[in-house]
Design a protein around this ligand. Structure first.
Ligand SMILES: NC(=O)c1ccc[n+]([C@@H]2O[C@H](COP(=O)([O-])OP(=O)(O)OC[C@H]3O[C@@H](n4cnc5c(N)ncnc54)[C@H](O)[C@@H]3O)[C@@H](O)[C@H]2O)c1
Length: 251
């Protein structure tokens, strides 16, 4: 049976960007959604976009770096839905800096959001699943920067690399309980942040290094998240969706 049908999914970072597209993709496939983000107005906008699915949608505003945030998210899922079956760890920050210019503050910020918050969110979610005796699935958002070396991205690459490693370790530890853990490793994906924040020169350089010649549309990435949640035989899987960026040797 597909995991999503009749089940509840938590999506972090759902106030915009990829998280919004993931919500749009998952809403008609599952029984209900819990959307989490620190940005309240964006969350409401995402909820408005998915209400047409007819599925119940609950929003919860939280900064996932707060020490009790993950437990509260899971408490909301239990209270409103009787618990969740799927978790998409999408919330993250992307910040690039040259290695020697990387400040302790930037490194701490990346590790807090991209590693510790993901770890704690997953811990709380799995704790609830195990207590209910149910199986489930986690998808972590990863990156090609954790798979191939890209200069000027060391702190982000180190943080996301930890998430890729976490996926593999949890896939083994949680398999006996029917809980699958996978990573979606994305290349450049054309969210508003990427379109607006990346300098034009950098986007052009990136496109020249992608064999398929374009970035992914957020909806394409969202479909890959749905696939990983549903794929019964996938655990520890690293699905690379990057137009060929990481295998491109002809530079
Ligand atoms: N867009 C890309 O090209 C790309 C490529 C590879 C990986 N990714 C990964 O995909 C995910 C989504 O990326 P995006 O491009 O949509 O980014 P985005 O900045 O548009 O969205 C990230 C969301 O996470 C939320 N968030 C950040 N920190 C939070 C915190 N502490 N607590 C709660 N919410 C928080 C933000 O408010 C925002 O809504 C990230 O994990 C990113 O690393 C993106």
């Amino acid at each position: 049976m597909e995991l999503l049908a009749g089940r509840i999914a938590i999506i972090t970072g759902a106030a915009g960007g990829l998280g919004r597209d993931i919500a749009v993709e998952l809403a008609p496939r599952c029984a209900g959604l819990l959307l989490v983000d620190r940005a309240e107005s964006g969350l409401a906008e995402t909820a408005a976009r998915v209400t047409g699915s007819g599925r119940p949608v609950v929003t919860h505003v939280a900064d996932l770096t707060d020490s009790d945030a993950a437990e509260k998210v899971v408490a909301v899922a239990e209270e409103r839905f009787g618990g969740a079956d799927a978790l998409v760890n999408n919330a993250g920050i992307v910040e690039y800096e040259e290695f020697l210019a990387t400040s302790p503050a930037l490194l701490r910020r990346l590790l807090a959001v991209d590693v510790e918050a993901v770890y704690r969110m997953t811990q709380a979610f799995v704790g609830s699943l195990r207590a209910r005796g149910d199986g489930g699935a986690v998808v972590n958002l990863g990156t090609g920067h954790a798979l191939s070396g890209v200069g000027g991205t060391s702190a982000y690459a180190a943080a996301k690399g930890a998430v890729h490693a976490l996926t593999r370790a949890l896939a083994v530890e949680l398999a006996p309980f029917g809980i699958r853990v996978t990573t979606l490793a994305l290349g450049t994906t054309m969210t508003d942040r990427v379109r607006n924040d990346l300098p034009a020169g950098l986007i052009e350089r990136r496109m020249a290094q992608i064999p398929l010649g374009r970035g992914a549309e957020p909806a394409e990435a969202a479909r890959a998240v749905a696939y990983l949640l549903d794929a019964e035989y996938a655990t520890g899987t690293e699905l690379v969706l990057d137009g060929g960026f990481t295998v491109f040797g002809d530079r």
